[in-house]
Design a binder for this molecule. Structure first.
Ligand code: ADP
Ligand code: MG
Length: 352
C-alpha cells in the first residue's frame, strides 16, 4: 500500500538540539491529518522536512510511495508534488497576486487566459479579487496569506501541507478555506497535513489527529477518540476543556461504573480501574447542571449558543457546558450530575 505521505523514524536536529525524535506518521488517501501540538513542539519543522526545506538526521520520508528524503540525500522542494501554505513563507516579490496564483495553473498546462480566469476565481473565493494586481509589498500579512492559500489550491497537488493556515484569517475566511479544501479533496482525492495548536480546529477538520509533544508523536486517533480517550493528562488538556477529578471507585465496570462523589453514589458511563481511587477526565458535555451533587459556581462564560460554567465541587473543579444563556451566577450554589468519565491511563499528576 502506498501512502500520500509516509514518515519513518524521522529525526531532525538544529545544531546539536534534536527537534523531531524518530517520528513515525502516515497520511492515507484523501485523508486530512491534523498535527496538533503546542508552540515549539515541532509542527513547522515536520512540514519543512516533508516539503524539503530541512535535512533529516535520520529516517526517511516518502511521498506517493517515492522516497524523497533520507539522512543521505533528498529531492529538492520543486520535485515534490506538494502544495504548502506556511506561516512565514514569502510570496514572490515581483509577481502580483493574479500572476502568483496563475503560475501553478500554467505549470499544469492551462493557457494564459484559462489560468488567469481560474486564478481570478480562486482570489474571489479568498475574498481578495479586488487586490489581484497588488504585489506582496502592497498587501497586509493576512492578505498575503490568502494569496499563498490560493496559490497552493491552484497547484492541485496530491498532498497539501498547511501550517496554521488560518492564524491570520477572520472566522468567515477560515470557513471558506476549510470548505474549499474539503471540496478539492472530494474532487481530486488530495491528502493534507494540517498543523495547528488549536484543538477545536483540529477536531473540526481532521480525519485523524496526531498529538505532537517535544518532537514526538504521543497519540494518533480519530477526532472522537482523541477527544474522548486521551492517553494522559497532557493530551487531555491539549485536546479540549478538561476537568481532572479524583474520585472513589465503588464498582469498576467495563462500560458503566459506580463512583462515590461527596458521599453519594453516582453511576456513570465509562470504565474505571478497580483501584479504590481513580483520576478521571470529565469533558464539559459529560456533566450537567441539575442533579444530586452539590456545587458552587466559580466562573461563568457566556459563548452565544451555549454557556460554560466552572463549579467548585468536593471532587475538584468541574467545567460544564449548557445550551443557552447563563442560568446561574458566580457565587451561587447549584446542583450538578456526572454522566460520563474517562479514566486516564497515566493518571499521575501532571509534570510542570
Ligand atoms: P512549532 O511549529 O510546533 O511551534 P517549530 O518546528 O517551529 O515548532 O520548532 C520546534 C523547535 O525547534 C523549537 O524549540 C524551536 O525553537 C526550534 N527551532 C525551530 N527552527 C529553528 C532553527 N532554524 N534553528 C534552531 N532552532 C529552531
Ligand atoms: Mg510553527
Amino acid at each position: 500500500m502506498t501512502f500520500p505521505l509516509e514518515c519513518r523514524g524521522v529525526s531532525i536536529a538544529y545544531e546539536a538540539e534534536s527537534v523531531l525524535r524518530a517520528l513515525d506518521l502516515e497520511v492515507g488517501d484523501e485523508e486530512v491529518l491534523a498535527v496538533l501540538g503546542p508552540s515549539g513542539s515541532g509542527k513547522t519543522t515536520l512540514l519543512y522536512a516533508v516539503a524539503g526545506f530541512v535535512e533529516l538526521a535520520g529516517g526517511e520520508i516518502s511521498i506517493g510511495g517515492r522516497i524523497v528524503a533520507t539522512a543521505h540525500g533528498q529531492d529538492p522542494p520543486e520535485e515534490r508534488d506538494v502544495g504548502f501554505v506556511f506561516q512565514h513563507y514569502a510570496l514572490w516579490p515581483h509577481l502580483d497576486a493574479l500572476d502568483t496564483v496563475a503560475y501553478p495553473l500554467r505549470r499544469r498546462g492551462l493557457d494564459g487566459d484559462g489560468a488567469a480566469s481560474q486564478a481570478r476565481d480562486l482570489l474571489e473565493r479568498m475574498g481578495i479579487a479586488h487586490l489581484a494586481h497588488r504585489k506582496p509589498a502592497e498587501l497586509s500579512g493576512g492578505q498575503q496569506q490568502r494569496v499563498g492559500i490560493a496559490r497552493a489550491l491552484a497547484g492541485r497537488p496530491a498532498l497539501y501541507l498547511l501550517d496554521e493556515p488560518t492564524a491570520h484569517l477572520d472566522t468567515p475566511l477560515r470557513v471558506a478555506l476549510q470548505e474549499e479544501l474539503a471540496e478539492q479533496r472530494q474532487e481530486s482525492g488530495a491528502a493534507a497535513v494540517y498543523a495547528t495548536h488549536d484543538s477545536g480546529e483540529a477536531l473540526a477538520i481532521a480525519d485523524r489527529i496526531a498529538l505532537l509533544r517535544d518532537g514526538r508523536v504521543v497519540q494518533v486517533g480519530s477526532p472522537e477518540a482523541i477527544y474522548a480517550k486521551p492517553n494522559d493528562v497532557w493530551a487531555a488538556r491539549l485536546t479540549g476543556p478538561a476537568s481532572i477529578l479524583d474520585v472513589e471507585v465503588a464498582r469498576a465496570g467495563r462500560r458503566e461504573s459506580v463512583l462515590r462523589c461527596d458521599g453519594r453514589t453516582v453511576k456513570v458511563r465509562g470504565a474505571v480501574p478497580d483501584s479504590g481511587r481513580a483520576s478521571v477526565l470529565v469533558r464539559p458535555d459529560w456533566a450537567e447542571l441539575g442533579g444530586d451533587l452539590p456545587g458552587r459556581v466559580a466562573q461563568v462564560w457566556y459563548r452565544g449558543p451555549y454557556t460554560d460554567y466552572r463549579l467548585e465541587t468536593a471532587v475538584g473543579l468541574v467545567e460544564i457546558r449548557r445550551d443557552g444563556p447563563p442560568v446561574a451566577r458566580p457565587g451561587e450554589r447549584v446542583d450538578w450530575c456526572l454522566r460520563r468519565v474517562w479514566a486516564i491511563p497515566d493518571g499521575a499528576p501532571e509534570e510542570s
